[in-house]
Every structure is written in structure tokens, then in C-alpha cells.
Design a protein around this ligand. Structure first.
Ligand SMILES: Cc1cc2nc3c(=O)[nH]c(=O)nc-3n(C[C@H](O)[C@H](O)[C@H](O)COP(=O)(O)OP(=O)(O)OC[C@H]3O[C@@H](n4cnc5c(N)ncnc54)[C@H](O)[C@@H]3O)c2cc1C
Length: 612
């Protein structure tokens, strides 16, 4: 059972909340124990997965834990039979409603085959299935949960699992660290959840080529611990606990993307189990290749809809010898955004450039017992890697090397300081102490969870838009105006050097008007970004949350299905507006060609109204 793992993520800085949560958690366990007889004791560690969150020293969205505990009181039925006839509509309305889906019957024969493949390890335990069916970092829910959870140990096992599911036409949802934010890991049609957490071996490290071959279930934090003694690291840093397979599947990025690029730029090759069970290697280990279609990039960002990634070859970077973190405040968020643009235009090689508005800084203060000035804030990181070559060539004396690193980093910070002073920036501070820097980035990484310190009972709708850099200041300032005018608590966090920004909109899930308001704000930001040649998702992906459909089609489909459409605005056309229907049709053709039985993560990514 996974609740204990959940609790292990709680931080001491949240001791009161933890106490409350624990009380509620054990209360619900007791309630459940009293009213139910033949159940598996819920208070054990996940058999297959006892260390799921060991790298994540993190706090949790308490509200989600609360809602999980509540469900414990009376476990919902495995499937909602009344929705069985609604095949193919999973995902519509995901921001407002439970994601619909049609439950596919899982025959006993398949369960027996899975037992044979996974050495008796497939789990049909309710708690395990429930845990895997409820995203841990988003409010999305689905009518169904997986019928079976399997924990393969090898590519061969994955291939055999997929072959069996394809034979029985049973849906599959690949599952990594479950840190995704748009309901990616929901199982609206039930089926088989393939949890990759037992496949986390490092298969080969090539220090001289600066690449590594790993199984896809390894986490980025675990990988970096492994690489550190070799002076290398993997520079993508999404949610703590994310796996390399999930990161490929969502085409994620993070705070270092401004310097190193996204997952698209850092994967050399993949091995993928296709929906018919065939195993494909997408490229060689060479750094570049012009050999045919780029299958690697087809799979990156496919969100588990084209196959299960089993092996990944990644580019690595040298750990920088010297770095400085600088922070400064601004009277308005526009000033902060303007400085981000000016810094990037200056040609400086920043490795991180992150923005938080005053509300987000307040959340960080509350969650971490800090006293940062509650103003729009920029965080920069400058690194001294570029002087490595000079150092190697001209000096080996460590003193002289350090001086060079420092001089280089200082020169960058001086240039930025000048830009900042031209934009009304103040309180420019540096951190050079390794522990202080680590803490600052950890706080930033966990900023999303920090928001729940302000409204522990609420849920969060997280927008993730990205625009060409020159439009960032305009987008942020007009979004901020809308957010400030709203009765909801909303924070702004941005990977500002990339033109990518998030708002965390906190809402009470029991208040219809708050849900509508959160959805309205999200719609506003997405459509403003789209009008600026931007995207509805810079890094979090589509999942079910961004899979909006054309309103007229949606309305007639919903009318036909006798659903209420009132809480959906006419503005809910994200992907189609961004990419055009022809691009979506092309995606659907690819999906159909590779997955004719539509077993791989059905009901995600491609809106259901797209036909060809
Ligand atoms: C606090 C916090 C901060 C975050 N910060 C960032 C950020 O800065 N940048 C960013 O980009 N994202 C961020 N995220 C989002 C999230 O961490 C990323 O989307 C991440 O890439 C998801 O990886 P995962 O292993 O958790 O995938 P999961 O959530 O398990 O799965 C995501 C999708 O990938 C598929 N999948 C998983 N494993 C495989 C596989 N082996 N083969 C095929 N498909 C697979 C699943 O079916 C699903 O569709 C953040 C999340 C949190 C909670």
C-alpha cells in the first residue's frame, strides 16, 4: 500500500499539517477497518515498490492526500458500468469532470498470462490499483482505475505483457514516477498499468563519450547520484521522483533547459516496445545521424500512446566547477520579465533564469519558514564551465583555476547587475556556498507543493504556457492582471529564460464557482499564449488536461451523449487551435498505424473528435 510512502514525503517543516494528515489517515483506516471485513490490510509498504519516493525529500499536496484518505472510507467500485457504453470519450472535460472511459473487460486468461510472465507478481490488490489510478500531483480523476498493476523486471517481460494485452485488446498505461500534472497516468478504461519502477539499472556508462545507457524506470535524481563521482550529470530536472522513461514520454524540461535544452535535445536513442510487442531501437549511439525518420523524437513526447520505453541513451554534461546563484527583486512582474529578456539578449550563458511573483514567494516563505522579500523575484545561476578549456590549456594550479572560474562568473553577474539596475531591480544577493545554493534550488523545485501551505484544503490547476521570448513580458503582465483581479489565490512561476511560465491556481474542489473560475483563468492564459504564437503546454504535456476539443463538435457530441456542457467555455480548443486539424489527423494516422487496437494509453493526447 502506498500511503505510507506518501507520508514519507512529508517534510518536517509541515509538522502540523503532517499531524493533521496522519490523524485523518489513521482515522480513515480505522473507519474502513471497522466497516469492511475481507480486505487487504492497508498499512503495509508496497511490496514491489518500497523505495518509490526515497529520493524525494519533499512535501506533498496535502489536499490530494486528504482526498485519497476520504476515498478509503468506501472504496468506489472498480468500474462505473453505466459509462461502459461511452467508449472513446475519455478525457473530454477533464478540467471540470471526472475523466470518462469505457471499461474494457480483463479476461482471467490475461491475468494468468501476466502471472506467468511476471513470476506471480501482478497485483490486483485494491490499494495498489487505486494508488496507480489516482495521479499524485494533479486533481484529475477517472471513472476507472487499472484492473491489474504489473512490475516488469526486463524488456522481455514488457514485450510479453504488451503482446498479451494486444491479443486480448486490453488497454495499457505505462507508469513512471507519477509526477506528471495533466492526468497522464489515469486509467479511464481500466486495463493494465505497467509500473516501470523495477527497471532502473544503469546498463553502460561511457565517460569518454559523455553518455549513459539506462533502463527507463530510473529517476533523474538517482541517476545524478550515480553520475556524481564521475564528474558528470544529466541536466533535466522536472518533478522530484520523475523517471527517465516518464521524462522522455512527456518531453519534459525544467530549470536548466535554458542552457541545456529539453528532453528532445538530450536523448540520443531509445528502445521501445511497440503495441504489438515488437522491440525497436530508434537510433545508434552516435551523437548525430541522418539515417531515416527520427523515431527517437517521434516517441519523445508521445505520453505512452505509441509504446513502452524500456531503455534510454542520454547525453551527459560535466558538473560545473564553479557556480553562483543570484537573486533580486522588482517592483512589478513586468520589470522582472523584461530583465529576463534583456539577459538572454545580452548573450550571457545563464544556466538558470527563474521567476516567481510575490504570491509564490509568500508560499515559499510559509512552506519553508523563510523570510524572503515578498516581491516579484528573479533567480539566476551562472556557471564556470566555459573556462574549463582555458584552465586545462594554460594552468593546472588549482588556485589559478579557481581564480579564473570566479573571474568568469563574476563578470557575468556584473553584466546582469547592470541590466537589473536599468529595470528598477533591488536587493541583489549572491549565494556561493554549495549548501545554500542547493537549498535555494530545492525550494524553487518544490515551489508547486509550497502553494498548498497557503490553502491546504484546496487543489491546484496548473497552467503551463510558453511563448517566443520577446512576448513573455506582455503575456505575464496581462495574465497577472487577470490573476490579481480573481478571488482565487494564484501564483506565478516561470522558467523565464525559455519564455515558459506556470500559474498555480488554487481552488476549492467542492465549490463549483471556484472550479469554473480556475478553468476560466487557465483558458485565458492558454488562449493569450496561443494568440502570441505560443503553445498550450511548454513542458508538462497534454495528458487529459490539455486535450480540449473544438467546442461545436464537443457540444454536439455531448448533446448526443446527454452530457451537460455548461461548464465548458467556447474557448476550449487548445491543441487544434495551436497545431491545426491536419497536424492532429497526422498524429492520429501514426497512432492508428502503430496501435490499431488502440491499447496504448487510450483516451490521452489526441482529442477524440479527430478522425481521418
Ligand atoms: C513539484 C513538481 C515540479 C515539476 N517541475 C517540472 C519542470 O520543471 N519541468 C517539467 O517539464 N515538468 C515538471 N513537472 C512535471 C513532471 O515531473 C514531468 O512531467 C515528468 O517528466 C513526468 O515523469 P514521470 O516519471 O513522473 O512520469 P509519469 O507521471 O509516471 O508518466 C507521465 C506520462 O509518461 C508515460 N510514461 C511513463 N513512463 C513511461 C515509459 N517507460 N514508456 C512510455 N511511456 C511512459 C505515462 O503513461 C504518462 O503518460 C513537475 C512536477 C512536480 C510534481
Amino acid at each position: 500500500m502506498a500511503f505510507i510512502s506518501w507520508l514519507s514525503r512529508l517534510r518536517s517543516s509541515y509538522s502540523k499539517t503532517i499531524t493533521d494528515l496522519r490523524t485523518s489517515f489513521f482515522h480513515h483506516l480505522r473507519t474502513r477497518g471497522a466497516s469492511t471485513t475481507a480486505i487487504t490490510p492497508p498499512y503495509h509498504f508496497s511490496k514491489q515498490n518500497p523505495f518509490r519516493f526515497t529520493c524525494s525529500n519533499s512535501i506533498v499536496p496535502v489536499t490530494l492526500a486528504g482526498s485519497l484518505a476520504i476515498h478509503f472510507q468506501s472504496p468506489p467500485p472498480l468500474c462505473d458500468a453505466s459509462l461502459d457504453s461511452l467508449s472513446g470519450i475519455g478525457g473530454i472535460g477533464s478540467a471540470e469532470f471526472v475523466v470518462k472511459g469505457s471499461h474494457k473487460h480483463v479476461p482471467q486468461e490475461l491475468i494468468e498470462e501476466l502471472k506467468a510472465i511476471c513470476q506471480d507478481d501482478p497485483s490486483i490488490d485494491y490499494d495498489e490499483r487505486y494508488f496507480h489510478g489516482k495521479p499524485q500531483n494533479s486533481f484529475h480523476k477517472a471513472v476507472n482505475i487499472p484492473d491489474v498493476v504489473v512490475f516488469p523486471r526486463s524488456e522481455e517481460e514488457v514485450s510479453n505483457i504488451v503482446k498479451s494485452c494486444d491479443k486480448h485488446k486490453v488497454p495499457i498505461v505505462p507508469y513512471g514516477g507519477a509526477t506528471s500534472i495533466e492526468g497522464h497516468t489515469l486509467s479511464p478504461h481500466g486495463g493494465v498499468c505497467i509500473d516501470m519502477s523495477l527497471m532502473k539499472n544503469v546498463k553502460a556508462l561511457h565517460v569518454e563519450d559523455m553518455d549513459v545507457v539506462v533502463e527507463s524506470g530510473i529517476g533523474w535524481m538517482e541517476l545524478n547520484e550515480y553520475l556524481e563521482p564521475h564528474g558528470l550529470f544529466f541536466p533535466l530536472d522536472p518533478g522530484p521522483g520523475a523517471t527517465i522513461g516518464g521524462m522522455c514520454a512527456t518531453r519534459c524540461s525544467g530549470s536548466l533547459a535554458v542552457r541545456y535544452g529539453t528532453m528532445r535535445d538530450n536523448v540520443i536513442s531509445l528502445k521501445v516496445v511497440l503495441p504489438n510487442g515488437d522491440v525497436v531501437k530508434t537510433a545508434s549511439r552516435a551523437r548525430k545521424s541522418a539515417a531515416g525518420y527520427d523515431l527517437t523524437r517521434l516517441v519523445i513526447g508521445s505520453e505512452g500512446t505509441l509504446g513502452v520505453i524500456t531503455e534510454v541513451t542520454l547525453r551527459l554534461q560535466k558538473i560545473p566547477q564553479h557556480s553562483v546563484v543570484a537573486m533580486c527583486n522588482f517592483p512589478t512582474i513586468k520589470d522582472a520579465a523584461d530583465v529576463s529578456i534583456a539577459t538572454m539578449l545580452s548573450g550571457l550563458q545563464v544556466s538558470r533564469l527563474e521567476l516567481m511573483d510575490e504570491v509564490q514567494v509568500r508560499a515559499v516563505n510559509v512552506a519553508n519558514d523563510k523570510n524572503l522579500p515578498e516581491l516579484p523575484t528573479l533567480m539566476f545561476e551562472f556557471i564556470g564551465t566555459d573556462v574549463d578549456i582555458l584552465c586545462e590549456r594554460f594552468t593546472s594550479a588549482s588556485n589559478a583555476k579557481n581564480k579564473l572560474y570566479e573571474a568568469y562568473v563574476r563578470e557575468q553577474t556584473l553584466i546582469v547587475q547592470k541590466i537589473i539596475s536599468e529595470h528598477r531591480g533591488s536587493d541583489f544577493v549572491f549565494a556561493e556556498d554549495p549548501e545554500a545554493k542547493k537549498e535555494l534550488w530545492k525550494i524553487r523545485k518544490e515551489a508547486l507543493w509550497a502553494c498548498f501551505a497557503m490553502e491546504p484544503e484546496y487543489e491546484a490547476m496548473i497552467s503551463d504556457v510558453c511563448v517566443p521570448l520577446s512576448r513573455l513580458a506582455e503575456l505575464i503582465s496581462c495574465s497577472k492582471k487577470e490573476l490579481d483581479a480573481s478571488p482565487l489565490v494564484c501564483t506565478v512561476i516561470a522558467h523565464a529564460g525559455d519564455g515558459n511560465f506556470h500559474t498555480v491556481i488554487l481552488f476549492d474542489p467542492n465549490q463549483e464557482d471556484q472550479k469554473r473560475e480556475a478553468e476560466r483563468l487557465n483558458n485565458f492564459m492558454v488562449h493569450t499564449a496561443l494568440s502570441m504564437e505560443g503553445t498550450c503546454t511548454g513542458e508538462h504535456g497534454v495528458g487529459t488536461g490539455k486535450m480540449k476539443v473544438s467546442y461545436p463538435l464537443f457540444e454536439s457530441a455531448m448533446h448526443f451523449m446527454k452530457f451537460d456542457t455548461c461548464s465548458f467555455g467556447a474557448l476550449a480548443i487548445y491543441l487544434e487551435k495551436e497545431l491545426g486539424i491536419e497536424a492532429l489527423k497526422t498524429m492520429k494516422r501514426i497512432k492508428n498505424a502503430l496501435d490499431p487496437n488502440n491499447i496504448m494509453n487510450p483516451g490521452k493526447l489526441i482529442p477524440p473528435h479527430v478522425c481521418f
